[in-house]
Design a protein around this ligand. Sequence first.
Ligand SMILES: Cc1cc2nc3c(=O)[nH]c(=O)nc-3n(C[C@H](O)[C@H](O)[C@H](O)COP(=O)(O)O)c2cc1C
Length: 361
Amino acid sequence: MGYIISNLWKLLNRVYLVHSFFMTFCILFDILYLVKFMWKIGNVEIKNRLVLAPMAGVCNSAFRRIVKEMGCGLIYAEMVSDKAIFYNNQKTIDMLYMTDFERPISQQIFGSDKESFVSAAKFIYENMKPDIIDINMGCPVPKVALRAQAGSALLKNPSKIKEIVEAVVSSVPIPVTVKIRSGWDFNSINAVEVAKICEEAGASAICVHARTRSQGYSGKADWNIIKLVKENVSIPVIGNGDVVDCFSAKKMLDDTGCDAVMIGRAALGNPWIFKEINEFLENGVIIPKPSPIEKVDMCLKHFEYLVSLKISKVAVLEIRNHIAWYLKGLKGSNEIKNKIYMTRDIDEIRSILINYRKELE
Ligand SMILES: Cc1cc2nc3c(=O)[nH]c(=O)nc-3n(C[C@H](O)[C@H](O)[C@H](O)COP(=O)(O)O)c2cc1C
């Protein structure tokens, strides 16, 4: 009997030792993982190096939810106008809707003067409590950059940049970041100067879309600008422009030393890109591309999220673009797109997609 008890005791000790060893290993693994992939903007912890770009007309709560489900680390909401918030424009106020599931989330504001930037930032903070406020200094569209002298037009005015960033930073108790372009045009590339000004003014991070305003969205992004900015500031730098898959994401991180990569157009109709890049960066695994059926299923899910978020007229109009993106290149997709453009009826759109899915089986 004594022999059995002593052996049982020894066995229990061994189990305990193995268990402790295993637990220590797990904790060490978790710490290593956090050190390697987690980063912070101010006090906001971000679990991986992937950021969804703000995209007007795209990055509402429905799309953001999908992207978050695919593992995106930090989400930017589509830009809102400071003036529209100042004048209580209901459509703009509705655009501010966000859910806890999307956190950490950054709300971007565009504008041109300090006072309305501050009042918009305060309103957004008090009503929505985003984790971060971002200032848009990159928008190239004439309505914003020329007529309103906002977005990328601010890049031409360094003293105004300082004034705006300082004022917004001191008006809200959350981190404030700035999204810039390389410069206004090829003769005025000033991203490094602007980034330094933003840092001095209290910005907690800077995002660089490595194209000039005059390039719009064409030409190639010059990642060297991102590298230069990273070398010249101490706050985190998010690199942006032409990340299209796991390889380009890794290349941008390696070549520029940036803290995270921001993905815009490559996520349209392809929210899987966040999963693809995460798997590659974290485990070195290349996951298979989504099948046509998976694409239709994602499209249906996106549609349901939109329907629960927006009035039906708007949901129908918005899903049209997404359907074109999700189904691009699929067999018979042109006919489906045409059918969807012919109707404004939610049930009809749903059944067109479900029938298309059956055809693909
Ligand atoms: C449809 C669309 C809407 C955009 N809206 C915004 C915006 O609201 N704010 C902003 O800073 N940039 C906006 N951008 C620019 C993107 O955030 C991003 O900087 C740009 O697309 C480059 O990244 P990419 O090469 O990954 O697409 C928009 C881009 C697109 C295609």
